[in-house]
Write a protein that binds this ligand. Structure first.
Ligand SMILES: Nc1ncnc2c1ncn2[C@@H]1O[C@H](COP(=O)(O)OP(=O)(O)OP(=O)(O)O)[C@@H](O)[C@H]1O
Length: 300
């Protein structure tokens, strides 16, 4: 018995002669958020459909919350919440009516409706027709329907598309609350900067394969990307320092150092040269992502 929320090993899936997944493996633990990343056609939707049990893998092992999602009887029991990219909500119903409708449909107590409206800051709009909701409110209502059954795994497909910065931040705040109660969350997104502060584990996919996986520190190290130390006033001290000079880039007025040399370089700047006015920028998730995409482009 595996305790992982998702345990995937060597998943393969073809549509006729096209191999959409070519051996995908990963684990997602309860209380963790996974960023599912990749260009169009990378295989993300296929992976989501496998997790939801909508399609079956050709080969490989997939266990979701300890069950087999493609088995119809097991799927019914699995506490999975799903928010698709295009949520269709009946515009003439109020938020409360809509959630009540879904609650009845799924045999969930109606008391959950009030709880979720309050939790997602929708209580003041509960009696307003959904057709009059803003995009951010509609997305929170979509999340509320996904949370009705108190899922232990939540799948979100492009949840922040079209949302303003405040609404996106609030949505991640809501997702973090789910993570804090032990729910595993998968977010499929192209909005890398938005998910960067929140994810625990990323799966970067391309052409049906996993290009890179892990937390941000692991991804940075694996990609071999350097940290930038931008100096406000380098004077000529750097060019006269044998250890720092090779790291210096004139165009960016910065030192570029590998993760293992970062602490030593900063100690040298402050201790030996007395320089304190600098900013340290580690590679971001978009940097890591673009590194892999350009590596792939070069290999083609
Ligand atoms: N039902 C299908 N029949 C045939 N080919 C398909 C089918 N579904 C997906 N594919 C192909 O499989 C590959 C992976 O598709 P998938 O939808 O999983 O990618 P994706 O990463 O979700 O892309 P996007 O970001 O555009 O949604 C693509 O080349 C796609 O054209």
């Amino acid at each position: 018995m595996n305790d992982a929320a998702i345990h995937a090993r060597d998943l393969r899936k073809s549509y006729r002669s096209h191999q959409a997944l070519k051996g995908v493996s990963f684990d997602l633990e309860p209380g963790q958020m996974m960023a599912l990343l990749g260009h169009n056609g990378a295989g993300k939707t296929t992976l989501m459909k496998l997790i939801l049990g909508l399609i079956q893998p050709d080969t490989g092992t997939l266990s979701v919350l300890g069950g087999v999602p493609s088995d119809p009887r097991q799927r019914q029991q699995l506490a999975i919440g799903y928010l698709p990219e295009q949520v269709s909500l009946y515009p003439q119903l109020t938020g409360e009516e809509l959630l009540t409708y879904f609650a009845d449909l799924r045999g969930v107590s109606r008391s959950r409706v009030g709880e979720l409206l309050a939790e997602l800051d929708l209580a003041p709009f509960a009696c307003r027709p959904v057709g009059q909701y803003s995009k951010g409110m509609r997305q929170r209502l979509g999340l509320a329907q996904a949370l009705l059954g108190e899922p232990r795994l939540l799948l979100m497909d492009e949840p922040t598309v079209g949302l303003d910065p405040n609404s996106s931040a609030y949505l991640y705040h809501c997702l973090n609350q789910q993570v804090a109660r032990g729910c595993a969350v998968v977010v499929c997104t192209h909005e890398l900067t938005l998910i960067e502060p929140h994810f625990h584990h990323a799966l970067i996919m391309a052409q049906g394969q996993v290009m890179a996986a892990g937390d941000l520190a692991t991804l940075r190290t694996a990609a071999g990307l350097k940290t930038r130390i931008a100096l406000a006033d380098p004077s000529d001290r750097i060019s006269r320092d044998n250890q720092l000079a090779p790291l210096w880039d004139e165009a960016s007025q910065s030192l570029w150092v590998s993760p293992e040399h970062k602490a030593r370089t900063i100690a040298r700047l402050t201790g030996i040269h007395g320089l304190l006015d600098f900013t340290v920028t580690a590679p971001s998730l978009p940097d890591v992502y673009h590194h892999h995409q350009s590596r792939l482009g070069a290999a083609l």
